[in-house]
Design a protein around this ligand. Structure first.
Ligand code: NDP
Ligand code: 2IT
Length: 452
């Protein structure tokens, strides 16, 4: 009966959201994994929570006109999906990438609802972005695009209403231009955007938080099995914000990250990645990883054109722990098979939905530990909330204060996901544990607040 109902709602999503495959994938994963809760407590189906929770409270789509360096008017699509505000104001990042569509933003916003609930903080779920491609654009073009994007978005956000932040293609530079325009239009210097620079209201450790948090989570996970991250050989896909600070924390904790990637290729540095030159190439120069390979003749560079068909080069490298930290569906069944062959014991998701459903099934069947992104990468948004909190009280905490809170939050997220997996007789299945714990908090709040 419960399973039939879940299928019914999933079919409805498929029909009512044509072409939104990623959204459908995210909804299926959550709904299938919460079946034990729906069976144990009839209130959720009686109150039509599934039908209600899969519809965003509001989806805003807008035109963004901006002027390129040659004086030509260019047009992109802008999105903000305010998915759920049952437990707090809408909160979630903005993604600028040519692949962004309404389906992408809906999948990310849907995931964000449960991730934010898991942090234990009062933040609702949202996501936004644009199909604007920041690659190859000048600083001035990025600034004009951000100003134009905010000229529409500012109408819908606010420190108690909706608080955007960064995601793929949106780092501190973009947040600066967005915040500048927000301030100009509203006249308010407040915490309506997070990920700000530390000189102008940003929180120390926000930049590091997602990556550091991901490693703290992996370590908590390993501890249950009498293991630790120290001494482990690791693969970290991507080389953006999340990947770089995952690599940095791994090195600090005595692990050995040996490979990372970008959209053009993979670097395999067997003796261990050098974080200083990685940051210099990717963070400061915004260059290709090929430049890192040029600086380190002892490392191997595998161009994306030479990936084995259908698989991704990075996952073919032997490792103990894999941290997919680039983008969705970047680790497929073929990759999962290679990881198992290479001795991988834990896949810890730094990105949002990086592992395909068949890859997850395979990893779990083969006894590989799995940390779902909703739990493992929640340190970024949690620290965003710490930034909101500092802004509201007009204070600034030092790095250690924020880092201690981040560590505690990641420990708590692990604890609640693990405890909930146990409660539903699936001890150690953190997908079930995280989805049920996140869903229960939001669904109970929706029930408390009635039909709104
Ligand atoms: P960045 O833009 O800083 O970095 C993204 C990295 O992934 C880059 O190295 C990029 O390559 C690579 N990449 C992006 N898209 C693709 C693609 N389609 N194919 C191949 N490579 C790709 O983003 P973040 O590090 O902020 O985000 C990474 C992931 O983590 C995303 O899934 C994001 O949603 C998630 N996340 C981010 C948080 C944050 O606080 N920033 C918080 C929680 C999750 P290239 O350098 O060539 O562009
Ligand atoms: O996916 C995510 O959690 C983020 N991109 C961070 C969101 C935030 O509001 O800090």
């Amino acid at each position: 009966m419960v399973k039939t109902k879940v299928e019914e709602v999933l079919n409805y999503i498929k029909k009512s959201s044509p072409g939104q495959d990623e959204f459908y994938q995210a909804a299926r994963e959550v709904f299938e994994s919460i079946i034990p809760l729906l069976e144990a407590d009839s209130r959720y189906l009686e109150q039509n929570i599934l039908e209600r929770i899969i519809v965003p409270e509001r989806s805003i789509i807008f035109r963004v006109n901006w002027i390129d360096d040659s004086g030509k008017i260019r047009t992109n699509l802008g999105y903000r999906v305010q998915f759920n505000s049952a437990i707090g104001p809408y909160k979630g990042g903005l993604r600028f990438h040519p692949t962004v569509s309404l389906g992408t933003v809906k999948f990310l916003g849907f995931e964000q609802i449960f991730k934010n609930a898991l942090t234990g903080l009062n933040i609702g779920g949202a996501k936004g972005g644009s199909n604007f491609d920041p690659k190859g654009k000048s600083d001035a073009e990025i600034m004009r695009f951000c100003q134009s994007f905010m000229s529409e978005l500012y109408k819908y956000i606010g420190k108690n209403r909706d608080i955007p932040a960064g995601d793929i293609g949106v780092g501190q530079r973009e947040i600066g231009y967005l915040f500048g325009q927000y301030k100009k239009l509203t006249g308010d210097f407040d915490g309506a955007i997070t990920g700000k620079g530390v000189n102008w209201g940003g929180s120390l450790a926000r930049k590091q938080a997602t990556g550091y948090g991901s490693v703290y989570f992996a370590n908590e996970h390993l501890k249950v099995y009498n293991q630790e991250i120290k001494g482990k050989t690791c693969l970290v896909s991507g080389s953006g914000n999340v990947a770089l600070y995952t690599i940095e924390k791994l090195i600090q904790m005595g692990a050995k990250p040996v490979a990372c990637s970008d959209s053009r290729g993979t670097v395999y540095h067997k003796k261990g990645l050098d974080i200083a030159s990685l940051k210099a190439v990717k963070e400061l120069k915004r260059a290709s990883l090929k430049e890192y390979a040029n600086l380190h003749p002892d490392c191997e560079y595998i161009d994306v054109a030479h990936y084995p068909k259908g698989a991704h080069a990075i996952w073919q490298i032997p490792c103990d722990v894999a941290f997919p930290s680039a983008t969705q569906n970047e680790l497929n069944l073929q990759d999962a098979k290679a990881l198992v062959k290479g001795g991988c014991m834990l896949v810890n998701e730094g990105a949002n939905m990086p592992t395909t459903p068949d890859a997850i099934d395979y990893l779990q069947d083969m006894g590989v530990l799995f940390s779902p992104g909703k739990a493992a990468n929640a340190g970024g948004v949690a620290t965003s909330q710490l930034e909101m909190s500092q802004n509201a009280s007009m204070t600034q905490w030092n790095f250690e204060q924020v880092d201690i809170k981040l560590r505690q939050i990641m420990k708590n997220i692990f604890k609640i996901a693990y405890k909930t997996s146990k409660e539903f007789d699936r001890t150690g299945d953190l997908i079930t544990g995280a989805n049920i714990a996140g869903f229960r908090k939001v669904a109970d709040s929706m029930i408390d607040q009635g039909s709104v």
